[in-house]
Design a binder for this molecule. Sequence first.
Ligand code: ZN
Length: 221
Amino acid sequence: MPAISARKPYRIGRSPTGLGLFATKKIKKGTRIIRYFGPMLDSKNKKHDAIDNKYLFEITNRWTIDGSVRKNIARYINHACRPNAESDVKSKKRRVYIRAIKTIHPGDEINYDYGTDYFKEFLKPIGCKCAACEKKRAKKRAEERAERVRLKLKADKRALKKAEKAKRKLEKAKAKKLKFSAAHPHARGTGKPSKTKSARTKSLLSRMPKSPALANRASST
Ligand SMILES: [Zn+2]
């Protein structure tokens, strides 16, 4: 990693997407933080036009900075959709500076918006990992989670209601049956007689007093 003077208000450090540039001192809003520099590429030069890397900074239709050089510390600055810095392009001088658009505190990562072209080409296909986009994704995930919980609760409530309705129906049927059997004590639920006719007659006969004549005949034999 290129050395950075201790007087500078930044250092290279680990960021969620790899390396990034972090404030080591308070940087006031409006302060020029660092220059974005590198060889100037001329679009009229065929050799220059063939150069392609992620650090090309287009100043005008004709001029582009090739920021891929090691000494260009500003190339460590990551993109953010809600940045705390911006690129200040001096097209006549063909110079680019990164300037704070908010007060940046020690430890904060410095970032600027790379612009729509870069976003569409490099960030959109893989999903922007900037804090604002991560926050948006986290919010969406939380909302989806809440929606799943809400739907589950609704389904549970519906199932409980259904079970309660079935229970009430069963209890009602039971109560009806009890009322019926109280009014008709001999009625059987099956609707079939429990004893045959002959059995019923037999038991009736056995309960009748025996005639003395019959009793005598039995003892005489
Ligand atoms: Zn983003």
